[in-house]
Design a binder for this molecule. Structure first.
Ligand code: SF4
Ligand code: SF4
Length: 143
């Protein structure tokens, strides 16, 4: 007990070992894996990135027209790089930049609306699949 108290007291006068980020900026090490970036022109909308993302930080919304809309949540992302590894067009459609994210604790509204968006994406897929199925059935009955 006495030894641990003594150790704690001594530590009060030692230099701080941790970095007070985000109050003070940090120097990024080489090879730092930061925010995911997306290039819509190269994307083939295979959804592989969405499927492999552990926390669900990438979502595609399915529009009625057939187009898909990409969304990325940097506050959910754990920077694992799985999406980039799964992407058939790495460095063109998806890549891990050296841009660092500010912690969600200092951002107002981080994640706000994301879970509603997740529901909307799921619903849009279901509706799109149902509409395609209905159109197929109708085509068959007209043949
Ligand atoms: S880096 Fe990992 S957590 Fe971030 S979007 Fe890609 S797969 Fe998801
Ligand atoms: S894995 Fe790559 S090509 Fe496929 S949807 Fe994601 S970004 Fe687009």
């Amino acid at each position: 007990m006495f030894r641990s108290m003594l150790e704690a007291f001594k530590n009060l006068f030692k230099p701080v070992r941790t970095h007070p980020y985000p109050a003070e900026d940090i120097v990024l090490p080489s090879g730092y894996r930061g925010l995911i970036e997306y290039g819509i022109d190269a994307c083939i909308f295979c959804d592989k990135c969405e499927k492999v993302c552990p926390p669900g930080a990438i979502l595609f919304y399915q529009h009625e027209s057939g187009e898909k809309e990409y969304r990325y949540n940097p506050w959910l992302c754990i920077y694992c790089g799985e999406c980039v590894r799964a992407c058939p067009k790495p460095e063109e459609a998806l890549w891990q930049s050296e841009i660092k994210q500010r912690p969600a604790v200092v951002e107002d509204g981080a994640n706000e609306g994301w879970f509603a968006w997740e529901e909307a994406c799921k619903k849009s897929r279901e509706e799109y699949a149902a509409a395609k199925k209905a159109a197929k059935t109708q085509n068959k009955s007209e043949e």
